[in-house]
Write a protein of this length. Sequence first.
Length: 121
Amino acid sequence: MADFKVFSDTASGLNTSRKGLSRILDWIEQDQVKTVFITHKDRLSRFGFEFIERLCKEHGTDIVILESREDKNAQEELAEDLMSLIASFSGRIHGLRSSRRKELALQAENMIEGKGGFDHE
């Protein structure tokens, strides 16, 4: 029976601080991983895959890409990369707006409870 661990991140491949990615890189550095299976190359990392591949080689870890996208031309790959960048940045903008709304809601709540803000007469 083979030992294996499934890592799954719901964050974008552009996000380099994903918990699953960090965990598997730690295990690779500790020589605890023989083979990494990924569905697509860009699922591991949208950019900088070559650095992860180099780390794996240095620690004797193989990377197996289950579904190759070799049928796409350079223009299609570039378009996908641009769409990923746009999606990532729009998500960050939305996140910033969401944080600001939460901050304003907390300030309003504190004002209502008399913890700050203006006084009612």
